[in-house]
Design a protein around this ligand. Sequence first.
Ligand SMILES: Cc1cc2nc3c(=O)[nH]c(=O)nc-3n(C[C@H](O)[C@H](O)[C@H](O)COP(=O)(O)OP(=O)(O)OC[C@H]3O[C@@H](n4cnc5c(N)ncnc54)[C@H](O)[C@@H]3O)c2cc1C
Ligand SMILES: NC(=O)c1ccc[n+]([C@@H]2O[C@H](COP(=O)([O-])OP(=O)(O)OC[C@H]3O[C@@H](n4cnc5c(N)ncnc54)[C@H](O)[C@@H]3O)[C@@H](O)[C@H]2O)c1
Length: 448
Amino acid sequence: MAETFDLIVLGGGSGGLATALRAARHGARVALLEPGALGGTCVNVGCVPKKALWYAGQLAQEQKLALDYGFASTPGPLDWEHFRQLRQRYIDGIRERYAARLAEAGIQVYAETGRFVSADTVATSCGEELRATQIVIATGGRPHRVELPGFELGLVSDDIFAMRSLPRRIAVIGGGYIAVEFAGLFNALGSEVTLHVRHRMLTDFDEELVDALERGMGEAGIRFARQVEVTGLRREGGGVVIDDAVHGPGGPYDAVLWAIGRVPNSDRLDLDAAGVRVDDGGHIVTDAWQNTSVEGICAVGDVTERPELTPVAVAAGRRLADRLFGGQPESRLDYGHIPSVVFAEPPLAMVGLTETQARQLHGDGVRVYRAGFTPLQWAVGGRRHPSLMKIVCAGEDERVVGIHVLGSGADEMLQGFAVAIKMGLRKRDLDATVAIHPSSAEELVLMS
Ligand SMILES: Cc1cc2nc3c(=O)[nH]c(=O)nc-3n(C[C@H](O)[C@H](O)[C@H](O)COP(=O)(O)OP(=O)(O)OC[C@H]3O[C@@H](n4cnc5c(N)ncnc54)[C@H](O)[C@@H]3O)c2cc1C
Ligand SMILES: NC(=O)c1ccc[n+]([C@@H]2O[C@H](COP(=O)([O-])OP(=O)(O)OC[C@H]3O[C@@H](n4cnc5c(N)ncnc54)[C@H](O)[C@@H]3O)[C@@H](O)[C@H]2O)c1
């Protein structure tokens, strides 16, 4: 006979853990299925190890600044293997804390995959059947792989974190978050980087800031191959060569990273057995309440067609658990004004509409304020370092509909402004705020 629960959660990543822990706090009897490492993509092969690498890149950059400032010597290149082990210890600690929290919450964890047998029953990979009145799918996604000759000679983002040395020459294919972040951090750490971009970089971000970032990346030594049409990879000259229908062969490189998007993990769940609908891209279709097409089955995170960001998966999961088990029938995530940062060098942060989006939506009623400068930290050393900020306002009362920041500290700067925008920020509120000086952030309250 199938063991019964109030809730079965498929996936122990950002969304699944958040849902399970919140539901258990409300008193639900919960089963969580996770065949891999607890924490999923973000903790193991995403945000956390990526951000640690980004910090390593920042330290490498600041060493140059230290020389400018008059420090006598710099510590030299990164001991990649030492850093990899250090990072892994940190990640192991996060996983252990998750395991402890799940145990404390009384959540039954199965280190197995799950698939649907019917709308209320899931079979584990060991063949055990589990039943629940509510099932939440939080199985995330995986790197997109395409059928091109020699595809497997390249790496995907998951592979980067297992690398045992820093590649001397690396090519990155793609123009999204992952491509731009890894191009920046490898360049900062001393690799020769070529970024192969098919169309434009970072199409969801404000064009003017993306252009400034691209110029800065070029000045920092990253090479660009634009309008690429990659037809395959092959081994040649002691490395991997990229064949390109537009540019001809490129390389050889010691490593090639495919950063061409991610696909949802919905194809191995036997969704048909439950009747759950997916869209053309394989994302599970959900309504504003995270309900799928089948009553009693919800989905959160990257497996749905929503912004693929950890805080989005977490917030959606927590609100869903509050609605299902916490007596909060109105609880759901408002997907508007989600802030986001590309951990490029320097970082690029945004919340709300780009200038182009605002003009499409509000026509002539848009007013844009901007400030461009080199932050004091870099200017003192005589270096150029891009920093550009933009405030996009709409309507007669100049409601702030978008804030965009490129530059050192952007990643830490924008969270508070995201709160203000959510609360209905107007330009006059910024004008009425006293600046913190000297700082880069002060520009956001001084623009006129
Ligand atoms: C390189 C990289 C860097 C990133 N950096 C950032 C960042 O800086 N900031 C940010 O906000 N986001 C970042 N992201 C995105 C972020 O990691 C994801 O949005 C987030 O992890 C999604 O959480 P999730 O719970 O939906 O899925 P996941 O975290 O992917 O978890 C899904 C889990 O489901 C499990 N699973 C799969 N199939 C089954 C099954 N059949 N049964 C049971 N379990 C199953 C998987 O093993 C996995 O552990 C990054 C992603 C990548 C790849
Ligand atoms: N800092 C962060 O918050 C962060 C960091 C990393 C990833 N993420 C999340 O993970 C998601 C996936 O990241 P991603 O960068 O892999 O995907 P993406 O969807 O952001 O970008 C994919 C890129 O690959 C390009 N591309 C697709 N096919 C191609 C091909 N055949 N040849 C050349 N280029 C091709 C696209 O034009 C696009 O520029 C992101 O959408 C984001 O939500 C977030």
